[in-house]
Write a protein that binds this ligand. Structure first.
Ligand SMILES: *Cc1c(COP(=O)(O)O)cnc(C)c1O
Length: 433
C-alpha cells in the first residue's frame, strides 16, 4: 500500500512543497497532508483507505458534495463528444444565458478557467472602461493570485500596498490601495483623496478567505454609493458566494447591485471554470467587441461547461437547498457556540448560509485584524483532534468551513459530539498567560 507519507516524500522532490497550491501542504496545522484517493457525497478517502467527513469541499465548488451523479453523467456525455474545440458551442451560450437570468446584475459574461483569471480580467475591464488605474481592495480579502491582488495592508486606515509575495513589482502593488473590511470611513477617506484616479473597488461581499467575516449592515450599500458618486466601478468577487448564498449570490442576499462580478468554484461544478460579467455597457469593452484584450485557449471548455451547467440547473431545480444549507449552518454555529460557552473557552463563530468559521478569540471578528486575534495554536490542536475523529476541516484557521447538500443533520450532530468530546478532554482548555 502507498501511504500519504511516502507520496509526500516523493512529491517534495518534484513539486514545490509537495503540492500544487500552498494551503494543501498542511503547514499551519503541523502535520503532513493526506493524499486523497477518492470521494463521494460528504466523504473523502485517503490513499490508505481512511474515511473522513469532509468540510473543505474542494474549497467551495462542491455544493452538492463529491461525485454528484448528475454532474458526472453530464461530464461523461460531453467528454465523449471531444474535450475541446477552440470554437463556440451551444453550452457556452446556455451557460451565459442561465447566469444572466439568475443574477440580475449580469447582462453579459465572459467565461474563463479560474477565479484568479476572472478577477484579473475584471480589473482590466474596470481600468479600460474608466481610464483610471487605482484599485481599492480590503485587507484579508483574497481575489486570486494575480500580481495586483497579492497586496495586503500595512497598518493604518489606508496605506499604499506593499507586495505580499516576492515577485510582485512594487509599481504594480502601488496601484492597489488596501483598507480594512467593514470600514466605510476608510473608503470615504481614500476616495476623498484620490477618488478621480480610482477605477474600482473590489470586495468579497462576504469575506470567506480570512475565515468567514460578514459585511456589517450598510457596508455593501455604502460601497455602492461611494463608487457611484466618484464614477468608479464596484466589483463583487463572488467566486465563493456566487450560487452558494443563493441563486443570485451575495448581491441578491444583500440587495446590492455591483457593476461587475466575478465567479468561479461552484460554476465549474468541480472543473476549472471562472467567469466575469456585468453591465452590458461595461462588458462591451471586452475584445473582440471592445478594446480590452482577454482570451483563453480553454475558455468555455465544453466539458467544464457541462459540469457547470448541470450544477447551476440542479440548483435552480431545487432552490429549497439554500434553506436546508442555512438551517444546517445555523445548527452547527449554535451548537459550537453552546459547547465552547459552557466550557468557558472564548470563541467567535461567524456563519452565513453554508459558510461557517470558528475563531479562537472572544471577538467580535469583523475584519482581518480581528481574525488575526484568533489563537492559531489552538486551531491547530482542534484541527488535529477532529482529523483523528474522522472529520476533515480546513487545514488553516483562515478558511471557511463549507457545507454541502450531501451533509445531513446527523453529520452535523456527529461533528458537535466530536467537538464536545475534545472540549471535555481538556485539549482546548483556556489558560490566561
Ligand atoms: C478561490 C477564490 C479566488 C481564486 O479562484 P481560483 O480558481 O483559485 O483562481 C478568487 N476570489 C475568491 C473570493 C476566491 O475564494
Amino acid at each position: 500500500m502507498t501511504t500519504s507519507h511516502e507520496l509526500f516524500q516523493r512529491a517534495q522532490e518534484v513539486l514545490p512543497g509537495g503540492v500544487n497550491s500552498p494551503v494543501r501542504a498542511f503547514g499551519s496545522v503541523g502535520r503532513e497532508p493526506l493524499f486523497i484517493d477518492q470521494a463521494a457525497g460528504p466523504w473523502l478517502w485517503d490513499v490508505e483507505g481512511n474515511r473522513y467527513l469532509d468540510f473543505v469541499g474542494s474549497w467551495g465548488p462542491l455544493i452538492f458534495g463529491h461525485a454528484y451523479e448528475p454532474v458526472l453523467a453530464a461530464v461523461e456525455e460531453a467528454a465523449k463528444k471531444g474535450l475541446s474545440y477552440g470554437a463556440p458551442t451551444a453550452a457556452e451560450v446556455e451557460m451565459a444565458e442561465l447566469m444572466c437570468c439568475l443574477v440580475p446584475s449580469l447582462e453579459m459574461v465572459r467565461m474563463v478557467s479560474s477565479g484568479t483569471e476572472a478577477v484579473m480580467s475584471a480589473l482590466r475591464v474596470a481600468r479600460g472602461y474608466t481610464g483610471r488605474e487605482l484599485i481599492v481592495k480590503f485587507q484579508g480579502c483574497y481575489h486570486g493570485h494575480a500580481d495586483a491582488m497579492l497586496v495586503q495592508a500595512g497598518s493604518g486606515a489606508a496605506t499604499f500596498g506593499v507586495p505580499d509575495s516576492a515577485g510582485v513589482p512594487a509599481a504594480i502593488a502601488q496601484q492597489t490601495i488596501t483598507v480594512p473590511y467593514n470600514d466605510l470611513a476608510a473608503v470615504q477617506q481614500v476616495f476623498r483623496e484620490q477618488g478621480q484616479e480610482i477605477a474600482a473597488v473590489i470586495v468579497e461581499p462576504v469575506a470567506a478567505n480570512m475565515g468567514v467575516v460578514l459585511p456589517e449592515e450598510g457596508f455593501l450599500a455604502g460601497l455602492r454609493e461611494i463608487t457611484a458618486h466618484y464614477g468608479a466601478l464596484l466589483i463583487f468577487d463572488e467566486v465563493i458566494t456566487g450560487f452558494r448564498l443563493g441563486l443570485d449570490g451575495a448581491q441578491g442576499y444583500f440587495g446590492v447591485q455591483p457593476d461587475l462580478s466575478t465567479f468561479g468554484k461552484i460554476i465549474g461544478g468541480g472543473l476549472p471554470v471562472g467567469a466575469f460579467g456585468g453591465r452590458r455597457e461595461v462588458m462591451s469593452e471586452v475584445a473582440p467587441l471592445g478594446k480590452v484584450y482577454q482570451a483563453g485557449t480553454l475558455s468555455g471548455n465544453p466539458v467544464a461547461m457541462a459540469a457547470g451547467l448541470c450544477t447551476l440547473k440542479s440548483l435552480q431545480e431545487q432552490p429549497s437547498i439554500y434553506e436546508q444549507l442555512a438551517s444546517k449552518g445555523k445548527r452547527l454555529a449554535e451548537g459550537l457556540r453552546a459547547i465552547f460557552q459552557e466550557a468557558k473557552i472564548p470563541v467567535t463563530v461567524n456563519q452565513i448560509g453554508s459558510l461557517c468559521c470558528l475563531f479562537f478569540t472572544a471577538g467580535p471578528v469583523n475584519n482581518y485584524a480581528d481574525a488575526k486575534q484568533s489563537d492559531t495554536e489552538r486551531y491547530k490542536k482542534y484541527f488535529n483532534a477532529m482529523l483523528e475523529r474522522g472529520i476533515y476541516l480546513s487545514p488553516s484557521q483562515f478558511e471557511a468551513l463549507f457545507l454541502s447538500a450531501a451533509h445531513t443533520a446527523d453529520h452535523i450532530e456527529w461533528v458537535l459530539e466530536a467537538v464536545q468530546e475534545i472540549v471535555e478532554g481538556g485539549l482546548l482548555a483556556w489558560r490566561e498567560f
